[in-house]
Design a protein around this ligand. Structure first.
Ligand code: IPD
Length: 263
């Protein structure tokens, strides 16, 4: 087990900020956009950012496993897994929309240990370590106290394909929520629950790198994450998720009938 969690957290914050700053510079210079699939963008900045993060991790922790969105997978049979989304919200980034972030998590034996999310345009650095609380720009954060679905600021996202599978959920939530947002970076959506800006968040087909860092920040701030039918999360699988300020979890599960409506 790592003894220097504090140092590792500092290291993770530093790479996230350095990478985020690099993405801002790249925006000014211009970049190429490619497609991994229909409506699934990747820019050369995503690739450069992942390379930067992987190189820093490999230098400091050469025996650790790494899983990155852009293919940077290194399986070394370690108990430690780094899970990286170099730019979460690539479509936003490509369009000059400020809601995107660098997301880096460290897991130990499949459980989150460190989570760092840096939104460079917004100049917001969120972080958490297991048992150490969650922070935004150095200030401790906590989830909202909202207890009524009708006072609930919810958010969601749409996967690049099969977007219509989210419509049954959207219809149900629209009928009761105070408001729903769709800003386009899941990792920030988790952090917005962590600091009380959102109360609930659901999304279908999220990948491990969309979830890994933000979920620890949200859980350390008092939030709850399950699959959309209430079952436990598998940190290494693509899945349909429900994240809330904890108080609203039973009400949303009931609203969604505690089953996966997309199936
Ligand atoms: C995407 C964002 C978005 C979510 C998509 C993800 P990416 O991640 O998190 O909010 O709706 O499902 O794929 O591709 O920009 O890293």
């Amino acid at each position: 087990m790592l003894h220097d969690i504090k140092d590792t957290l500092e290291f993770t914050k530093q790479i996230a900020v350095k990478t985020g700053k690099m993405t801002l510079k790249a925006t000014a210079k211009g970049f190429k956009v490619n497609f991994k699939g229909v409506n699934n963008l990747v820019t050369d900045v995503d690739l450069a950012a992942e390379k930067m993060i992987v190189a820093a991790i490999e230098k400091r922790f050469p025996t650790h496993n790494i899983l990155g969105e852009e293919g940077g997978q290194k399986a070394k049979k370690s108990d430690y897994d780094w899970i990286i989304d170099p730019i979460d919200g690539t479509t936003n980034f490509a369009h000059g929309h400020p809601y995107y972030a660098v997301s880096i998590a460290l897991y130990y034996k499949s459980k989150p240990l460190i989570g760092v999310v840096y939104a460079p345009y917004l100049r917001e650095l969120f972080w958490a370590s297991k048992g150490g609380g969650a922070y935004l720009n150095g200030k401790k954060i906590a989830v909202s106290k909202t207890a009524q679905l009708t006072s609930n600021m919810s958010c969601t996202g749409f996967p690049p394909l099969k977007r219509e599978e989210n419509l049954p959920y959207l219809t149900k939530m629209l009928a009761v929520a105070q408001a729903i947002r769709r800003c386009g970076a899941a990792t920030i959506d988790f952090c917005y629950i962590a600091c009380g800006r959102y109360d609930t968040f659901w999304e279908l087909g999220l990948h491990p790198w969309d979830i890994a860092a933000g979920r620890l920040i949200m859980e350390e701030a008092g939030g709850k994450l399950t699959q959309i039918d209430g079952s436990a999360i598998n940190p290494f699988a693509k899945q349909n998720i429900l994240a809330t300020n904890k108080k609203l979890h039973p009400a949303v599960l009931e609203l969604f009938d505690s089953k996966d409506l997309s199936k």
